[in-house]
Design a binder for this molecule. Structure first.
Ligand code: FCB
Length: 497
């Protein structure tokens, strides 16, 4: 406890002490995982595939100045659909029994006309059929994401940012429900685990507040929140569509589908924990980032103005069209964020200054400048527990080109998962981000998140030593505090930017 607190907030810019989460005095010596636990890795189509030019991201990467180094997934990269057997073999070799990936909507329906006529692209369908068949043959449970940041360019065009784009449009909500229905009808025989939208509060933050994602707007908070609202409605409509479309219990667990959201949750800390203004700012950020969306899709509580209260003219409680629309909560957990009242650009409405990277703490950093903060995973799991749903860790990982820190990171985070389960939190699985090095959105190929290195020129895969650590934990189904402590301490990161 004492050492954890000492790691929480250090002097500005210090990297000297590579802290790790230390056990509380009551921490168990060992944690165990159930036999049915989903042990997997995650990817997303645009980050590992080629040939997705007909998306908003396809336009974005070809817009000068948007991607570090001008990189483009069509040049170099993992080319996953051309390497299905090789990648399934990587999963098998490390004893993973689950794989989270996305089926890209625009690969199946590259034009509005094809979508309206329901003429799916045969090559696209065949590629995902092949992947699902290979996973089934290897006894690997698929978890399919139906929208992982990219949207078809016929719904979202970053060349016209002044006009409503993507999730701002009602048309996107309506079309997404149809996409979910068709995808679940087509692949429901192979898929039981569905993730509707990846990180619904991240795309508006990055696309309309920071400007690093399409449509590339800055501090357009009203439009950002409109995106979040339509994603919540889109998720609920997708949930209903999948329940209609997927009637097949593919894995024989007694239910045809588990439909959930995938939320990026951060451990939110006030810049100055003793300052009431910073505490209040941190609470507002935590509410908007971590809780608002979950309140809508689980309880049906619609807080239209994001003020944390259900007393506005457009607010409503327990809306039956939105409530109970998640069978599980997918949690992507990477790090902490710091929120305060002053000291930078204040985001209107949320009324806070938000820092996501280069945090002024003494915690170890990843190559991506995110803090390594395993006990923050406990914080977000305790927070999510209040919703009373099973939880899947749908992403967790780090950029670490030298693989110097991935093993300790993995061990510490999985130990937190085990401890959370001992506290009674119903965690069903863990997916590491990522199986492979991939295209990290506006940062291009610079951050290396993979258990397997990918040569950007040739696509050749090389296992990093940390994947053997994962394999060992999976094989044993348990993890001891001694295993965690035996891992080398965190080394200095290799920032690639
Ligand atoms: C998450 C995204 C994923 C990847 C990781 C590093 O926020 O869902 O696509 O970029 O971050």
């Amino acid at each position: 406890m004492i050492r954890r607190a000492a790691c929480a907030l250090g002097a500005v810019g210090t990297l000297a002490v590579a802290c790790s989460s230390e056990p509380t005095p009551t921490a168990p010596a060992e944690v165990t995982f159930p036999r049915a636990f989903l042990w997997g890795s995650a990817t997303a189509a645009f980050q590992v595939e080629k040939g997705l030019a007909a998306t908003d991201w396809g336009i974005w990467v070809r817009t000068p100045g948007k991607i570090k180094g001008g990189e483009d997934p069509d040049r170099g990269g993992a080319d996953a659909l051309a390497n299905i057997d090789a990648d399934v073999a990587l999963l098998t070799a490390s004893r993973q029994n689950a794989y989270r990936f996305s089926i890209d909507w625009a690969r199946i329906y590259p034009t509005r006309d094809a979508f309206d006529r329901d003429q799916p692209d045969p090559a696209g369908v065949a590629a995902y059929d092949k992947l699902l068949a290979a996973l089934r043959a290897a006894n690997i449970t698929p978890m399919v994401t139906l929208q992982h940041f990219t949207l078809p360019d016929w719904l979202s065009d970053p060349r016209k940012p002044e006009a409503p784009q993507g999730w701002e449009r009602q048309e996107t909500v309506d079309a997404f429900a149809i996409w979910c229905r068709r995808a679940s009808e087509r692949w429901g025989g192979q898929v039981d685990w569905w993730a509707t939208i990846n990180e619904p509060m991240v795309s508006p933050l990055a696309g309309y507040i920071q400007g690093s994602f399409p449509p590339g707007l800055v501090l357009e908070v009203g439009r950002a929140l409109a995106v979040g609202k339509n994603e919540a409605i889109g998720h609920a409509r997708c949930y209903d569509a999948i329940k209609e479309g997927d009637k097949v219990d593919a894995d024989g667990d007694g239910r045809a589908s588990w439909v959930g959201i995938v939320k990026h949750q951060r451990a939110v800390e006030p810049a100055d924990p003793s300052d009431p203004a910073d505490q209040a700012a941190a609470e507002r950020v935590r509410y908007v980032n971590n809780l608002w969306f979950l309140n809508v899709i689980t309880r049906g509580d619609w807080d239209d103005d994001f003020d944390g209260k259900l007393d506005g003219p457009l607010d409503r409680r327990a809306d039956p069209a939105l409530a109970k629309r998640s069978d599980y909560l997918g949690i992507n957990y990477y790090s902490a964020l710091i929120a305060g009242g002053t000291g930078g650009v204040r985001v209107p409405v949320i009324d806070a200054v938000i820092r996501l990277d280069n945090l002024p703490t003494s915690r170890a950093k990843t190559d991506f400048r995110w803090d390594i903060h395993p006990s923050g995973l406990a914080t977000v799991l305790d927070e999510a527990r209040a919703y009373g749903l099973p939880i899947v860790i749908t992403e967790n990982g780090l950029a670490d080109s030298k693989d110097a820190n991935r093993s300790r990171f993995l061990l510490e985070h999985l130990f937190e998962v085990g401890r959370a389960m001992e506290r009674g939190i119903d965690v069903r699985g863990y997916f590491h981000w990522s199986l492979l090095d991939n295209f990290e959105w506006s940062s291009g190929y610079c951050p290396r998140f993979g258990f397997h290195a990918v040569d950007p020129a040739t696509g050749a895969r090389t296992a990093r030593p940390s994947v053997r650590v994962y394999e060992g934990i999976i094989s044993k189904g348990r993890l001891s505090r001694a295993d965690v402590d035996a891992a080398p301490p965190y080394a200095e990161p290799s920032f690639c930017d």
